[in-house]
Design a protein around this ligand. Sequence first.
Ligand code: T46
Length: 143
Amino acid sequence: MPISDVGVEGSHLIDLPVVADPRGDLTFLEGQRHVPFDIARVYYLYNVPVDAKRGGHAHRDLQQVIFALSGSFCILLDDGHRKAEVMLRNPRVGLYINRLVWREMGLFSQGAVCMVIASNPYDEDDYYRDYDDFLAAARVNAS
Ligand code: T46
């Protein structure tokens, strides 16, 4: 399971296995094996307009791995000190996002499908939706 750092606190790309077959490729993932947490939730974005912006928040505790199952989109990451832009377009490559990382998503291609594997159930109290609140928390965390 090769991984590559993207330059923002803890975030990295995860390369999943593929079982190639003339009938079509098969990729799989397991919690604590291919993603570094027990999987509590899966959700996906689809029917996304090409000019849509999603994200615009960070999480207090949640860890996620994001995949472009179809098409492509761009994710801007920000840990309060460093920023990185990652384009996802390969369904076997996921982006792990650690807790306390601000993210913004855009540049969705027509028909893009974004699947997210998450470490916790949905909890609105886990969100920082205000950038300044996030920055304050990220700086306390880093000190
Ligand atoms: C991220 C990107 C990729 C739920 O009720 N349950 C859920 O599991 C989720 C994820 C959302 N919701 C509700 C909460 C909001 O009323 O759906 C609405 C939109 O949720 P959110 O603002 O989280 O949507 P996105 O697409 O901006 O962000 C989501 C993830 O939350 C986020 O962590 O990285 O997808």
